[in-house]
Design a protein around this ligand. Structure first.
Ligand SMILES: *[C@@H]1O[C@H](CO)[C@@H](O)[C@H](O)[C@H]1NC(C)=O
Ligand SMILES: *[C@@H]1O[C@H](CO)[C@@H](O)[C@H](O)[C@H]1NC(C)=O
Ligand SMILES: *[C@@H]1O[C@H](CO)[C@@H](O)[C@H](O)[C@H]1NC(C)=O
Ligand SMILES: *[C@@H]1O[C@H](CO)[C@@H](O)[C@H](O)[C@H]1NC(C)=O
Ligand SMILES: *[C@@H]1O[C@H](CO)[C@@H](O)[C@H](O)[C@H]1NC(C)=O
Ligand SMILES: *[C@@H]1O[C@H](CO)[C@@H](O)[C@H](O)[C@H]1NC(C)=O
Ligand SMILES: *[C@@H]1O[C@H](CO)[C@@H](O)[C@H](O)[C@H]1NC(C)=O
Length: 188
């Protein structure tokens, strides 16, 4: 019988590294996603206007310092964002290092196209209402050090591909309906 995975939290010590990111279509990709969300969510993101998230101080957007400021992080928590990630153009977000939409009301599946965001070090979609299986493509995010998908309604097995996340230091899948076990190869 499959082991019911109720709690799994790993915290090891590793030092994250930094890399540069660039963003040309990022603003329009984010606006497209914003307008796929409900009205209340759009008003929570009312500062998201224009074409330059860094100069225009978009809520939740973090940028690198230096002459050419580029978006490195998106952290939007606790604002009841309601909608899906279906319209998220992950290819335009491929240089992001931090993506955190925890503590919202997002639903639907975690798209397999998340595999495009291969520079992510920190991915948190915790405490939403995501369902379906964790996509195999999550294993393409080999820079990840932190992965929090806890407190959703995810089902199925933890994909074997997560074994490729060799830089992962912190993993939380608590409070889902997952079966199976964590691949042995996870860790640093
Ligand atoms: C954005 O924030 C910076 C620093 O807080 C400030 O100097 C700048 O005027 C702001 N820009 C806009 C368009 O609000
Ligand atoms: C950019 O500089 C500000 C102010 O000095 C600092 O708070 C912020 O952490 C820096 N961001 C990055 C990505 O280094
Ligand atoms: C989110 O929704 C809850 C429940 O309706 C409400 O209590 C809370 O104030 C909302 N938060 C925001 C930031 O709108
Ligand atoms: C990357 O994004 C493109 C366009 O959004 C999509 O067609 C493709 O399947 C994605 N690739 C991966 C590996 O997810
Ligand atoms: C979460 O999704 C499930 C179906 O997947 C639904 O039954 C439930 O009402 C949703 N909960 C919230 C808080 O939206
Ligand atoms: C993970 O690594 C295995 C080999 O260990 C490989 O077969 C598989 O395609 C990889 N998966 C991903 C998502 O990169
Ligand atoms: C994993 O971490 C090591 C040490 O910090 C770093 O050199 C390497 O580039 C990282 N690998 C990826 C795929 O980010």
């Amino acid at each position: 019988m499959a082991l019911l995975l109720l709690f799994s939290y790993y915290n090891l010590l590793c030092v994250p590294s930094f890399a540069t990111a660039s963003s040309t279509n990022l603003a329009s990709a984010l606006l497209k996603w914003k307008f796929s969300l409900d009205k209340q969510s759009q008003s929570a993101l009312s500062s998201w206007v224009g074409t330059n998230p860094c100069q225009n101080n978009w809520t939740g957007i973090g940028c690198s310092n230096g002459s050419e400021r580029v978006v490195t992080s998106i952290i939007v928590q606790h604002v009841n964002l309601t909608g899906t990630l279906d319209d998220l153009d992950t290819w335009s977000l491929r240089d992001l290092e931090t993506f955190d939409l925890s503590f919202n009301l997002l639903y639907g599946s975690i798209p397999s196209s998340i595999g495009n965001m291969s520079n992510l070090k920190y991915l948190a979609l915790a405490t939403n209402n995501f369902s379906g299986e964790i996509p195999f493509e999550i294993g393409m995010l080999t820079s990840l050090t932190v992965l929090y998908l806890n407190t959703n309604t995810l089902t199925g097995h933890i994909p074997d591909s997560t074994g490729n996340l060799t830089n992962l230091t912190s993993l939380n899948l608590y409070e889902n309906r997952l079966n199976g076990r964590i691949p042995n190869s996870i860790g640093c």
